[in-house]
Design a protein. Structure first.
Ligand SMILES: O=C(O)C1=C[C@@H](OP(=O)(O)O)[C@@H](O)[C@H](O)C1
Ligand SMILES: C=C(OP(=O)(O)O)C(=O)O
Length: 437
């Protein structure tokens, strides 16, 4: 896993130009390995994200007795062991930096005959797990946490689970997915209701694996005791990774980028709507479907942006894109206001605090509130920013520097490899000023 020892120096390059292939979607990649492992038969995954988070998930399934081949980069062949075929691992299962990995696995492993221990890196070890352990315990699971509900998770297998009808307290696709995975093994029906619809990859993919699951925005329902049938998965390009280039090309004069065949699941594209409200020039071309998901080329050209009040209803649909949004806001005309985004405080870092601190270090005024803040744009100066070991904060400031007056040193960027390996190479190729410090 990342050791956090790498820094970047970023500065204004030229206009951003060219056609970029963005790596595979992280959410879809995690799930494709999990469901392929549980299926009867062999599943091939194309476009698998070669990131540390998703590789950690694949390594965990190897520890659980699943054969996974890597015939070439971004391709996996998963030899499914069937719904009851996982075997106890020898040691702890290391989810690395991945909240998605740990929370989904908590649901899945709570239903196995054997015990498991889930651990993570320093950042993941500070992230709240009660949001999954509490509803899972209502289903009959036994999971011990550290105090305050923190990892490691010590999961006691061999429990008989019962389905529940549960309304999520926070809009979280990870919690929903953990309950649905446990629900596959539970007696009776599991129903998950959401305060606001979240990404539905678990539902769509279970369906592709032959599970009878009913879902609509805000609701998912399945019966326990079903089997999964192997299927091939085509992973679309990750919108959350594309987001950094959407903002970079929007703010750097004379830029024009084409981002090829990016996943446009409506539960992921809140940033597209927010940027368009700000005046961004982003056009969708060559629409198609890829692995059952809508995709299109995104053609983005520089455009003058103006500040907005980000509609609260958009927050869950752009939950990972706020670091990028803050940078767009920093370069807009007029203030941008964010509300209803307290969840950002429990991601890989406290993203509201990390973005406010970083932008202040570059000369901006940011008024932070418990669930958001107001960004007052101004010309960015050079300076030193701490990414807090958070991949999305690091990439956001690499983008910010493309319009700064001086050099920006970004500390602790190795974690970019968790979601977007090769970001720096792609960014340089497109015209960004970005080098290892
Ligand atoms: O289910 C998923 O794949 C994810 C759900 C979101 O987390 P929450 O469920 O905590 O909102 C998101 O932030 C994360 O990057 C991926
Ligand atoms: C929050 C994120 O991921 P996870 O929860 O899987 O660590 C993210 O990628 O921004």
């Amino acid at each position: 896993m990342s050791d956090g020892s790498l820094d970047w120096m970023a500065s204004a390059g030229g206009p951003l130009r060219g056609t970029l292939e963005i790596p595979g979607d992280k959410s879809v990649s995690h799930r494709s390995v999990m469901f392929g492992a549980l299926a009867d038969g062999v599943s091939t995954i194309d476009g698998f994200l070669e990131g540390e988070d998703t590789r950690a998930t694949a390594a965990i399934f190897s520890q659980l007795g699943v054969r996974i081949e890597t015939p070439s980069p971004s391709r996996r062949i998963v030899h499914g062991v069937g719904i009851d075929g996982l075997q106890a691992a020898d040691g702890a299962l290391d989810c690395g930096n991945a909240g998605t990995g740990m929370r989904l696995l908590a649901g899945l492993l709570a239903a196995q005959r054997f015990d498991s221990v889930l651990v993570g890196d320093a950042s993941l070890s500070k992230r709240p797990m009660r949001r999954v352990t509490e509803p899972l315990s209502k289903m009959g699971a036994r999971i011990d946490t550290e105090s305050c509900g923190l990892p490691p998770l010590r999961i006691h297998g061999g429990q008989a689970l019962t389905g529940i009808d549960y309304t999520l307290e926070v809009a979280s696709a990870q919690v929903k997915s953990a309950l649905l995975l446990a629900g596959l093994y539970a007696d009776g029906e599991t129903v998950v209701r959401e305060p606001h619809p979240t990404r539905d990859y678990t539902e769509r993919m279970l369906c592709a694996f032959g599970v009878d699951i009913e879902f609509s925005p805000g609701l998912a329902r399945l019966r326990g005791g079903q089997r999964l049938r192997a299927t091939d998965i085509a992973v679309p390009a990750d919108f959350s990774s594309a987001a950094f280039f959407l903002v970079a090309a929007s703010i750097v004069p004379a830029s024009e980028l084409r981002l090829k065949q990016v996943g446009l699941n409506p539960r992921r594209t809140g940033l597209l709507q927010a940027l368009r409200m700000m005046g961004a020039d982003i056009v969708e071309e060559n629409p198609s479907t890829h692995g059952g998901e809508p995709v299109a080329d995104l053609v983005v050209r520089h455009a003058p942006l103006h500040g907005i009040e980000v509609p609260e209803a958009l927050v869950p649909d752009m939950i990972d894109e706020f670091p990028a949004l803050f940078i767009a806001a920093a370069h807009a005309q007029g203030a941008t206001v964010v509300r209803g985004a307290a969840e950002l405080r429990v991601k890989e870092s406290d993203r509201l605090a990390a973005m406010a601190k970083g932008l202040r270090a570059l000369g901006l005024q940011v008024d932070e509130t418990p669930d958001g803040g107001t960004i007052h744009p101004a010309e960015l100066q050079g300076g030193v920013v701490d990414s807090q070991g958070d991949h999305r904060i690091a990439m956001a400031f690499a983008v910010a520097a493309q319009r700064a007056r001086g050099e920006v040193r970004i500390g602790d960027v190795a974690n970019v490899a968790t979601s977007f390996p090769g970001f720096d190479v792609l960014a340089r190729g497109a015209g960004c000023g970005l080098a290892e410090a």
